[in-house]
Ligand binder design. Structure first.
Ligand SMILES: Cc1ncc(COP(=O)(O)O)c(C=O)c1O
Length: 367
């Protein structure tokens, strides 16, 4: 993930601060404490600043003791739980180390013979390098004037060389979404010609329904879901796909055995997180409040921004300059610089309300 390594490097260099921090026994707690003690505000990874929930933490601690055994039974229980949550069959679900695993393996599934993947520009790109290593090229279709996915241009771009359509809704890094009925129609039509990968990493923030009902019936549609965002478990690394049983079988063949890449601790976290919809609601409300705080500041500073339905906002920093993220970093705040639409933008992820107050105050200072 871009500039995560720089934030780690920064942390390593902050030895003076770290010297004063006692090493907590749990690695996750230690990491969090270290960032907090160093006064670092991480707004560059679209993570959930409130996670993991208390219930998920407790479940992880309890599950740690089972880590000497393969978690086959626990996987089966979680699969049943997730299947019931989405009202699909257990044969429609496959777990992996984050949804990223499947962005790669679904590409691999359609990689012979080689061809092109159609995606929006801008859109989520972290997995593009991996797809490139499988021999794919990308056809990037600019988003529409209103900054939503240009579905008609994307579907028109399909030709005999197209192996996959990637669609991220709401779209990272813009935060806009296309309406459910439009997306459904688009996905159905595209699936007649190629594999369609629907990335639902941010649907919960926008209260969008899942396209899982299309995926379970159609071998050419895969829905990717993650516990990394609203459920606050990015570091636990667990996600899954919902798809037709034949597609699940094919994708699982890229794992050592089905669901092999999730641990007992991670499974316990996901199970507790899924049950805790109060935490989900609470996070959604706080993140919406954080967005409003940012919008107010952007308006005060006359900075253009794109109304977001996610836990991040893209705003224009043309007036401030491309060294904006470096200036922020110097103040211990990590954000992402982005070149989009022929201009300079910043993608800021929503942290806690206090963190966002600090972000807004620092933005005012710098701008
Ligand atoms: C659109 C999108 N899809 C997938 C991911 C990766 O999620 P995971 O942590 O489940 O691999 C991200 C992470 O930022 C994302 O923004």
């Amino acid at each position: 993930m871009s500039n995560n390594s720089s934030r780690r490097q920064w942390l390593r260099n902050t030895t003076a601060v770290l010297a004063g921090v006692s090493l907590a026994p749990a690695i996750f707690a230690t990491e969090k404490e270290r960032y907090r003690a160093a006064g670092i505000i991480l707004l560059n990874g679209n993570e959930n600043a409130y996670g993991p929930s208390t219930a998920a933490r407790k479940a992880m601690m309890e599950a740690a003791g089972n880590s000497n055994r393969y978690p086959d039974d626990q996987v089966a229980v979680l699969k049943k739980q997730v299947a019931e949550f989405w009202n699909v069959g257990i044969e429609n679900i496959l777990f992996g180390a984050g949804s990223s695993e499947f962005l790669g393996s679904v590409c691999l599934l359609v990689s012979s013979p080689k061809g092109k993947i159609i995606t929006a520009e801008p859109s989520y790109r972290v997995w593009n390098g991996q797809a490139g290593s499988f021999g794919f090229e990308f056809k990037r279709i600019p988003v529409a004037v209103d900054k939503t996915l240009d579905l008609s241009a994307m579907i028109s771009a399909i030709d005999s060389d197209t192996k996959m359509m990637y669609v991220c809704n709401p779209n990272n890094p813009i935060g806009t979404y296309v309406e459910d009925h439009l997306l459904r129609n688009f996905v159905n039509e595209c699936s007649k010609k190629c594999m369609v990968l629907v990335d639902e990493a941010y649907t919960e923030f926008a209260d969008l329904p899942s396209l899982k009902d299309l995926a379970v019936k159609n071998p050419n549609i895969v829905v990717a879901k993650t516990f990394s965002k609203i459920y606050g478990l990015a570091g636990a690394r667990i996600g899954y796909v919902i798809a037709h049983p034949d597609t699940i079988k094919k994708v699982s063949a890229f794992q050592p055995w089905p669901d092999a890449n999730v641990s007992a601790v991670t499974i316990a976290a996901a199970s507790a997180a899924l049950k805790d919809q109060v935490f989900v609601k609470d996070c959604k409300e706080k993140i919406a409040q954080a967005r409003e705080l940012c919008y107010k500041t952007f308006k005060e500073l006359s900075l253009e921004y794109i109304q977001s339905h996610t836990n991040f906002i893209l705003f224009n920093i043309g007036k401030i300059g491309s060294d904006f993220s470096k200036k922020m970093q110097a103040k211990n705040i990590f954000v992402q610089y982005r070149d989009h639409f022929g201009g300079k933008w910043c993608r800021v992820s929503m942290g806690t309300i206090d963190e966002m107050k600090t972000f807004c105050a620092t933005l005012k200072e710098i701008a």
